[in-house]
Design a protein around this ligand. Sequence first.
Ligand code: GLU
Length: 483
Amino acid sequence: MVRVRFAPSPTGELHLGSARTALYNYLFAKKNDGKFIMRLEDTDQERLVEGSLKRMLGGLAWLGLTWDEGPDIGGPYVPYIQSERLPIYKKQADELINRGGAYYCFCSAQRLEVLRRVQEAEKQITKYDRACLNLKPEEIKAKLEAKLPYIVRLKIPAGQTIFNDLIRGQIKVDNTSLDDSVLLKSDGFPTYHLANVVDDHLMEITHVIRGEEWLPSTPKHLLIYQGFGWSTPEFAHLPNVLNEKKTKLSKRKDGEAVWVQTYQAQGYLPEAMVNYLAFLGWHPKDDREFFTLADLTKEFDLSRAQKAGAIFNLAKLNWLNSSYLRHLPVSELDNLLKPYYEEMCASYNQAPRDTGALTELMRDRLITLASIKEHASWFFRPQVELNTEIIIPKNSTPEKTLHAIKSAHHVLQRLTSWTSQEIKDALEVLVRPGTFSRRDILWPVRLALTGEKESPDVFGVAWVLGQKETLTRLAQAESLLAD
Ligand code: GLU
C-alpha cells in the first residue's frame, strides 16, 4: 500500500512551498488508495517556534488536506513527533555502528571549528577529516567509560551512489563528494538525516515526495538505508517555488507572502488556493484550469510534475480566486463576507443590515473576500463624504448639478418598484440633448450616493441602498449644493 508523508519542521508558519509539497503527497496518496501521514520533524530544538505545529495543522486543514495518521490523531506508528522518539534513534544509531555503517566521533566542537576554518582558507570542500574513523575498540570503550561527549557519524563508503528520482530520472553521485555527516548529536538528539530515514523506514513510507532542497541529502539517506540493510522508498523531488524574480521564495526576501496563513487572512478561498498550488510544478493532460481537490485526486500524476522551478504568480492566483468567488451562490458568498461586513458595521457604528443585494452587486469586483472592504464602505458609511469639487462634473456648474440631482430625486421618488433596470430607465429619461448629458446626471447622482470616484454603476448602487436611503442621500447632496 502506498504510504507517503508530509514531514515539516515546526520552525514557523506553513510556507507555500511546503503546502504544495503536502498537497502533492495528499494527491498521490488519494490517487493510489494509500495513506497520507503527517509527521513532525522537531529534532532541531534551537529552531523551534512556539505554536508552529498547531498553525501548520490549521493551514493543512484549511486547505482540506486531511491526514490519516499524525501527531494529533495518532495512528499505528505513534508517536509522530520526532522529539518523542529519541530512544528509537539512539537504538538505531547503535545498530548502525554495530553494522559498520556509522562511527563514534569524540572530536571537540573547537577542533571541528578549526578544521573547518583551515579547509575554507585552503579553499577545500569542508568535510570531516575522519580523525575518529579508525579508533580502536579499546580506545572507544575507554572514552565512553570516561563519559566523554560524542557524536555518531555516518561512514560514507567508497564508490558511487546511484538512484532514480521519479521526476528527475537517474542521479549519480560520487561518494567522495559526501561528508561523514552527523547522525546523532552529543545531546542525544538525532539529526534530520538519521531521524528522517529511521522514521520513513519504521513508518513504512513507500514514496518520499519532497522539495528539491533535500535532493543533496538523498545520497546520504540511501547510504543509511544501505547501512541498515533496509529496502529504500521511491524518491521524487519537487521543484522549488520561485518568486517573480526567479529566486527561491523565502521569508527573508518575500516576507509574509510566503505563508499560507497570509492568504487565508486576506480571504482567499481554500479551493482557489489548492487549485493554484496544484499548478505550482504540475500540469494536467489537457488545458483545463479549474480543478477541485476531488478532481485533482483523479487527475494527479507525478509523471507530469516538472523539474524546473515553479514561479509563484500572484496575478494568476488572484484571477483564480476571483473566478471562484464569482461562481459561488450569492447566499454562500454573503455568508463568507459576513465577518468583513460586521467589521465595517462596527467601524461605522451601524446596526447590521441585510447585505444580500450588496453581495450580489459586488461579487464580480472581488479579488479576495477582504477586498470587499475597499469596495463597499459607501454602503455602511452613515454620512456620505461629499464636496462640491468632486460632485460637479467637468464642464458643468453647481446650478446645473443641483438641478440634475433634484430631477433624479424627483423621478426616483415616483418609482413604485425598485430594480436596477427601473432605476436605469427612470434616470435615462432625464438625458436629453440640450438638457442633460448622461454624465451630467449619472456622475453627480453616483457621487451623491457613494462619495467615491470609483464604485459600481449608479443603478446598482441605488438598488442596493434601497429607495429610502437613496432619496435621503440625494437630499443631503442637494443641501450641500444649495448652500
Ligand atoms: N523536515 C524536513 C522539512 O522541514 C522534511 C524533509 C523531507 O521531507 O524529507 O521539510
